[in-house]
Design a binder for this molecule. Structure first.
Ligand SMILES: Cc1ncc(COP(=O)(O)O)c(C=O)c1O
Length: 537
């Protein structure tokens, strides 16, 4: 059958003997020469990208212009084969529009500049795939789940063999999986019959989350048949952590309304300010009511790797389940999420269904290692391997040092900003997230939030720095997330100067600077300049 293909034509018998030489295009697409040339171009481009020490945030292009640029790159190629020039243009377009996560100007989001070898390794796992849900397809990936589980188990303080970990794609999916496990184990028959209003005979099934919980935790209630009306919101204290006393009162009030909270979800590292809920107190509160305690530790579960920061998340050891995102604070490519169960025996409970084409009737040594019974995905990227690779090459201390540095830097940023008379910090940082406002004297107090939004827009449009914003108690504030070890205190000082410059531009009605091009000022700034600010804002 060398050089031959089996073809099925409608209404015809299979024909043998079609010569593969005919298929010039796909042969070239799959050729080793194409691979070698593409890999060289990628390596050169990325080298230049990473080497660039300029201060950059993101270059925002108008979507319609980008759409036509992307379409133009799809013009019929001239002649078959790999077009290095077009490939190069595609890479350039990608790199131009990507967030410059490795730059000192990037301070906006929780995704990270990755350890470069972990990105290189992505090429291996894409080219020689180990789809990681089933042992026969992803041998090393499934075994490495166990290796990483053991590393973290020691850091958490859990006994060998007593707990389980499964890697999955994102904290949103991990939290859904954990609450599904809670639902299946506490609400009898819910997997087979659906969630009944009687639940476990104590009231209508409900889940409780903090006021600052990530939106994925709220979606879970909709996805799992609990319903948005059965979400009990737990109040926060002044540090924006769930307040245990307030939580107790909220749970009592919910019970009095006929709700049975079977799962309490805490957060270690809230998206808005990086607050870590009082996990020990919440675990006690949940368990005293026979509820499952899950912690969304997407952002700060990684504190486990640091001898200095671990105590901040010590309550994770008491959680029934928790997840952490290695693609956030362990600096590997996404998505790489670790979902832990304190009790190994409940790890298979979220997905009891077993399909015959991937599962054998009897468990054996191999199937006991495979993650398919514990995670939602069928084909799953083996991204746990990136984490393992970096851990194997550089050790836990590398992660620890980078995290310690980022948290120290955020504290230094806090102190610097708190010292400025024209800035306010919103909280003492517990993590590498800091919220603050710029309050130049000319801005009326009730317009401060609008100014922050306008500042975020202008700063992002200029493309030098990239900050985010968030609403706290109804007011918009600026938010910095320090994910990049290249950022120094001097960069924070420069950022403050840039913020003041943008505020002056707003005050004086100067146009928005977009990249290197100035564009017309929107009416809001005109209004500010001419004193008709109130109507415009
Ligand atoms: C606290 C928290 N939970 C969940 C998520 C969602 O994580 P993922 O994007 O991995 O699904 C985020 C992400 O931004 C987060 O900050």
């Amino acid at each position: 059958m060398d050089n031959a293909m089996l073809c099925l034509w409608p209404d015809q018998e299979p024909r043998f003997g079609t010569n593969i030489q005919h298929y010039v295009d796909f042969k070239k697409a799959f050729s080793l020469q194409t691979f070698a040339e593409a890999a060289r171009i990628v390596s050169d481009k990325l080298h230049g990208f990473l080497e660039d020490d300029g201060i950059q945030g993101v270059s925002l292009e108008p979507p319609l212009a980008l759409l036509s640029a992307a379409r133009e790159l799809m013009a019929e190629p001239e002649g078959a084969g790999f077009n290095a020039e077009r490939f190069s243009d595609i890479l350039d377009l990608y790199l131009r529009t990507t967030v410059k996560v490795h730059s000192r100007g990037y301070m906006a989001r929780q995704f990270s500049s990755v350890v470069p070898v972990s990105a290189v390794f992505d090429m291996i796992t894409a080219m020689a795939p180990q789809p990681a849900s089933y042992y026969e397809a992803g041998q090393l990936a499934n075994v490495v789940d166990r290796v990483m589980a053991d590393e973290f188990g020691r850091l958490i303080g859990w006994k060998d063999g007593s707990f389980a970990m499964v890697s999955t794609s994102g904290a949103s999916l991990a939290t859904m999986t954990a609450v599904l496990a809670a639902r299946n184990s506490l609400l009898d028959g819910s997997w087979e019959d659906g969630v009944s209003a009687e639940g476990r005979g104590r009231g209508r099934p409900a889940v409780a989350v903090g006021e600052d919980a990530h939106f994925s935790a709220l979606r879970v209630a909709g996805i799992l048949g609990i319903g948005q009306k059965q979400i009990v919101r737990l109040p926060l204290n002044a540090r924006r952590q769930i307040d245990p006393e307030g939580a107790r009162a909220a749970l009592d009030a919910a019970a009095a309304r006929g709700l049975d909270v079977f799962c309490v979800i805490g957060t270690a590292g809230s998206t808005s300010v990086g607050a870590i809920d009082p996990l020990v107190a919440l675990a006690e509160l949940a368990h005293a009511r026979d509820a499952w305690f899950h912690v969304d530790a997407a952002h700060n579960g990684a504190f486990l790797v640091s001898d200095r920061l671990r105590a901040r998340v010590e309550g994770l050891a008491l959680a029934d389940s928790f997840c952490l995102d290695a693609h956030k604070t362990l600096f590997v490519p996404g998505l790489c999420t670790l979902l832990f169960y304190r009790d190994a025996s409940v790890a298979d409970i979220a997905f009891p269904h077993k399909a015959s084409y991937v599962f054998d009737p009897e468990d054996d040594e191999m199937s006991r290692f495979q993650s398919g019974t514990k995670n939602f995905e069928c084909t799953k990227r083996p991204s746990i391997l990136n984490l393992w690779l970096v851990w194997a090459l550089f050790g836990r201390r590398m992660f620890e040092q980078k995290l310690d540095y980022l948290v120290d830097l955020t504290c230094a940023a806090h102190d610097l900003i708190a010292d400025q008379p024209d800035f306010d910090v919103m909280h003492q940082p517990e993590s590498n997230i800091l919220c603050f406002v710029h309050k130049p004297p000319w801005v009326p107090a009730d317009r401060l939030g609008h100014l922050q939004l306008e500042l975020r827009d202008r700063i992002r449009a200029e493309g030098r720095y990239f900050l985010s914003k968030v609403e706290l108690d109804g007011s918009t504030v600026l938010r910095m997330v320090l994910m990049n070890q290249r950022i120094t205190q001097a960069d924070i000082a420069e950022l403050l100067k840039a913020i003041r410059r943008h505020a002056d531009d707003i005050r004086d009605g100067r146009p928005v600077v977009r990249g290197s091009h100035a564009v017309k000022a929107p009416p809001m700034e005109d209004a500010l300049r001419t004193g008709t600010l109130d109507e415009a804002w």
